[in-house]
Ligand binder design. Structure first.
Ligand SMILES: C[S@@+](CC[C@H](N)C(=O)[O-])C[C@H]1O[C@@H](n2cnc3c(N)ncnc32)[C@H](O)[C@@H]1O
Length: 181
């Protein structure tokens, strides 16, 4: 069964590619693993908290906590929709609509985040952009100098430097940025 690729980035993929959903998900997971591993390397010497926007099934959160033992990781979502063992302790869960929860979190942890992974996308890429713009606007005050942002959607309004693409991103685009130190 073939479907229309739902994960292609509008700014990189000029024509729609037909790939199976299995293939698309495989590319997505490989890209996410590569992006998160690169981000982890970059922030390794820095002290600060990590933020996961979009806990979902807990896949990327679980990867981050495995790679960053002992690091405080705060996760955002509307509600818990994964097995509790793939979510952090309750004190690190920020549940509710991000447009309501992120501004207060940014004020509380101003300048303390060294890594933010934003994985809020839906199958309707175009419709995701207003939320992504809101997130990018609200993240800057949360980030420490030198912090890394990895995102499943381009944050075109963000004031950070775009990091080079990784090989895996040829098949599933992802966007990495660094706040200048
Ligand atoms: C693509 S999934 C995240 C997948 C997850 N990172 C994983 O690896 O399993 C996106 C998540 O973002 C959440 N989300 C999307 N828009 C949101 C919003 N406005 N406020 C809070 N959560 C939101 C959804 O509920 C969903 O669980």
């Amino acid at each position: 069964m073939f479907g229309i690729r739902s994960g292609g980035a509008t700014d990189r993929i000029e024509s729609w590619e037909i790939v199976s959903r299995l293939e698309d998900l495989t590319h997505r997971f490989l890209t996410q693993r590569a992006a998160l591993d690169r981000a982890v390397e970059l922030i390794e010497p820095m002290a600060g908290i990590v933020v996961e926007l979009g806990l979902g099934k807990g896949r990327t959160f679980d990867h981050l906590r495995e790679r960053l033992p002992g690091r405080e990781i705060h996760v955002f979502d509307r509600e818990l929709s994964c097995e509790p063992e793939y979510a952090p302790a309750e004190e690190f869960r920020v549940f509710g609509e991000i447009i309501e929860t992120l501004p207060a979190f940014r004020r509380r942890f101003a300048g303390q985040a060294v890594l933010v992974h934003s994985d809020l996308g839906t199958r309707h890429r175009g419709q995701d952009m207003p939320l992504v713009e809101f997130v990018a606007e609200n993240l800057d005050g949360l980030l420490a100098p030198g912090a890394v942002v990895a995102s499943d959607r381009p944050m075109v309004n963000a004031p950070w430097v775009r990091l080079p693409e990784l090989r895996e991103m040829e098949n599933f685009p992802y966007y990495m940025y660094r706040k200048q130190g």
